[in-house]
Design a binder for this molecule. Sequence first.
Ligand SMILES: NC(=O)c1ccc[n+]([C@@H]2O[C@H](COP(=O)([O-])OP(=O)(O)OC[C@H]3O[C@@H](n4cnc5c(N)ncnc54)[C@H](OP(=O)(O)O)[C@@H]3O)[C@@H](O)[C@H]2O)c1
Length: 298
Amino acid sequence: MRILITGGTGLIGRHLCKALLQADHEITVLSRHPESVKQKCGAAVHAFGSLDEWGSDAAFDAIINLAGEPIVDARWTEKRKELLWRSRVTLTEQVVQRINAQRHKPAVLLSGSAVGYYGDCGDAALDESAPTAADFGARLCAAWEQAALPAEALNVRVCLLRTGLVLDRSGGILGKMLLPFKLGLGARLGDGTQWMSWIHIDDYVAMVLVLLHHTHASGAFNMTAPEPVTNRAFTDKLARALHRPTLLIAPAAVMRMALSERAYLLLGGQKAIPIQMMALGYRFLHGKLEDALADLVG
Ligand SMILES: NC(=O)c1ccc[n+]([C@@H]2O[C@H](COP(=O)([O-])OP(=O)(O)OC[C@H]3O[C@@H](n4cnc5c(N)ncnc54)[C@H](OP(=O)(O)O)[C@@H]3O)[C@@H](O)[C@H]2O)c1
């Protein structure tokens, strides 16, 4: 397959590129830094610096749309929110416009979203039919999904990747947590009852490959492991995997002060269940957090 990946230089994208190259696919990555694509994604990967380079001679069979400004890294000023929106929603609208203009349309668009789509839902188990919420993160995810869906009218199969916390030792949430935990400074966040819907990077990549090839797969998919855990359980299991204690608590009030609006991303959570992936018969490589952590940091 000829595949275009937006955000292909990111944490997930780089793993995807590796797996797709191994499976003999031809990859092009859209990046703001096209000169860095070969080094980050592999020497055989082509680069676009802009969607304008997607001419009629560059036909793609599949699009994987993952680009997006990092969510938690900086304070959510109005300017930052606009950047978070533009880098996901506007870019996705532009991708769909490009698809519309192509003679050879891709068969499938796998487009980003996150379990933040559901907002903070306490202990409720969330399959893909659960409703969205009104906070900024949820509205962003819903708009990101809505921007991709018009591709269906162009006869393109659309899968919405409601991504959970992707666990990889080289980055993402686990990459950020490793150093403090190794130093014995790992802390439970608030009362630790909030749910964390996690997924091992190897499962994420394998699930994307399934969605790419499964011609009947469409709609929303919780890209999460089947057994989400509370923050308290996650903290304990990570500390145990690293043979370190967890005696500390990051108080909710202090986190709210330090992070303002973003605090709810860490103090709230979702108990997402990947019903649609399971319905496709997907068998998880790391269905339990203990196994995933043993593989990643053990
Ligand atoms: N990792 C997770 O745990 C997780 C969880 C839920 C949802 N997601 C979502 O899944 C997607 C991929 O995740 P990831 O962890 O691989 O993300 P990542 O490592 O932050 O990479 C995202 C990529 O998006 C591109 N990008 C960043 N800011 C941009 C901007 N302002 N305009 C256009 N492109 C921009 C970058 O590519 P260039 O620098 O090459 O342009 C970057 O490599 C993201 O949209 C993320 O929000 C991830």
